[in-house]
Design a protein around this ligand. Sequence first.
Ligand code: MRU
Length: 366
Amino acid sequence: MNVSARGRKGHFRTVAFDEARNTVDLIEQRLLPHTFRIVKMADYKATAAAIRDMVVRGAGAIGATAAFGLAQGARAFRGGAMGAFQKHLDRVQRTLAEARPTAVDPVNALAQVRKAASAGATVAEQKALALAAARAFAEEDVDHCAAIGTHGAPLIREGMNILTHCNAGWLAFVDIGTATAPLYAAQSEGRRFHVFCDETRPRCQGASLTAWELAQQGISHQVIADNAAGFLFSRGEIDLVIVGSDRVLGRTGEVANKIGTYTKAVLARRHGIPFYVAIPLSTIDWELESGGAIPIEERAGDEVLGAWGVTPAGRRQYVRIANPSSKAFNPGFDVTPPDLITGIITPAGIFAPGDLWKRRAVLRGE
Ligand code: MRU
């Protein structure tokens, strides 16, 4: 996506790989929207920490970061002993997979890279295949987001008000994004519309990241408090909802996404407003049989008890909001049942959530 920062314009991807330095290069999302900075992760442990600490976040972006992290770890191995190399890869894969639990994209990305690497007869061949597979995952992420834009753009009509939650924009992927892809495609087709960004407490990805992206893109938008959406729905001021997801169950159509998504889906149903979920194919989990089995990340209470911001001097700072002796419960995601979802926008078209399983041959590319 095109970024204007400090008077300069450039095209950036959220995640990239520097082959010469063997680093995973990331936009430091914790500093946005105040500072735009690319940071280099020097080894796979640093890459895993960047996922865990949310330097990079968003299902597709952490999928690509994990894929590059596995290639990075493979390339750092010294020697040619295949047994030791496989044990090393197991360790690297586990470390990256455990960094965050809810999104399935890293799991799928790591499995893809590992499978591709296993075709190599030597350690050197496996290293090269791992990097090629990580690059292919990242390119596919971009292609999938572009295709989501093509399929989703007709949903956006002139003058609409659209609600989105958290950030499923280009920062949550390698480029373009999922929930934002139909917006960007409709904009390029000349339609005008307005976006309400849920602020998305506790980490405020809507207020800080989605609002920044839409501003960069010149799309009319306003940030709303999470609690304001019901009021807007009740006044007929929301025409469409599009969100992303961290894991969609292919068997049931259940959707895990940022905490608060379920609430918005209930509100949309109450007011007869279409509710869409936009995902690349790497977000589909074909294994789990029930939404209750999705691992829901529980994050530090500090996120709820206070907030991060920037001082007038430009320094990132945490301020405590809650009563000093109180503790918090902070589930990061919730699960929306399929009957509240109008459609899942995928790179292969828009499907009713209950139809994913019936269409699995197409969606798995079999
Ligand atoms: O905790 P995050 O910021 O990684 O969570 C990301 C989300 O849940 C977003 O809602 C997004 O829609 C899904 S990731 C593409």
